[in-house]
Design a protein around this ligand. Structure first.
Ligand SMILES: [Zn+2]
Length: 252
């Protein structure tokens, strides 16, 4: 949140926003405070719409073996996640090695992910990571940061506290720009990696499989043109961060 203090929000305006709307809360899973102007429930409607749109526009894969694997591994991870409610796992026929989560416990896994995920332990690392984003309230934090940026800009041009509250109550409009399917920040990725490792170990999977996923990703990218490599400049950092975390926790 330091970023916003140095932006156009004045200290008093920020105080008004945080006092009125909750603001920073300490997330125990992260050991840091988060700017939460909206909570997960505020995202539900938009998330449900985003998920429906994804189901309607993307190609769903009915590959029986892969579907069985994501349901089975997903079930073991969510059983230890402590997040109430039903989780939905859908396999999309998409060659990009990717997976995503949106609020409301909806997890999408691309068939292309299986280019880098060879074992169920590795799959558990990816699903654990996506579940980590939910535990960490990353979607709500990202939306809050976007609202803060937007209202901050308005404050700079002379908008009052009342208008800030109006902007947030009109969140449905702002919500259109939240981008639930956009990539998360590096910080959010690192946090989800660590929570994911904790979850996979709790569920009985090998922690080191998380490292293997990123090694496989590196190997997949090694033969690719340099511009693709440049979109993954931090695989190496990610691997060493994961290795350090696994060692520090004493995981096998
Ligand atoms: Zn992520």
């Amino acid at each position: 949140m330091t970023r916003y203090l140095t932006q156009s929000l004045t200290a008093s305006a920020l105080l008004a926003v945080t006092l009125a709307l909750g603001g920073c809360e300490t997330n125990e899973a992260l050991g840091r405070s988060q700017l939460l102007l909206v909570d997960d429930s505020a995202l539900e409607q938009q998330a449900a719409a985003a998920w429906q749109q994804q189901l309607a526009t993307a190609k769903i894969s009915h590959d029986p073996a892969l579907n069985k694997r994501i349901q089975a591994v997903g079930g073991r991870i969510t059983a230890v996640s402590g997040i109430p409610g039903t989780w939905e796992y859908v396999l999309f026929d998409d060659p990009q090695p990717n997976a995503f989560v949106i609020p409301g416990n909806k997890v999408g896994v691309n068939t292309g992910l299986f280019k880098v995920v060879k074992t169920d332990d590795q799959l558990a690392a990816v699903i654990g990571h996506e579940t980590g984003h939910v535990i960490a309230h990353h979607a709500a934090e990202r939306a809050s940061q976007q609202i803060a940026t937007q209202t901050g800009l308005e404050i700079a041009t002379g908008v009052t506290k009342g208008n800030v509250q109006k902007a947030i109550s009109n969140y449905g409009g702002l919500g259109a720009q939240v981008g639930l399917l956009l990539p998360y920040s590096r910080r959010h990725e690192s946090e989800a990696d660590r929570i994911g490792v904790d979850l996979m170990v709790k569920a009985g999977y090998r922690a080191n499989a998380a490292v293997e996923v990123w090694q496989n990703m590196q190997a997949l990218n090694s033969g690719a043109p340099s511009e693709i490599l440049s979109t993954h400049p931090s695989d190496k950092t990610r691997i060493s961060d994961l290795q350090a975390y696994i060692a520090a926790k004493g995981y096998k």
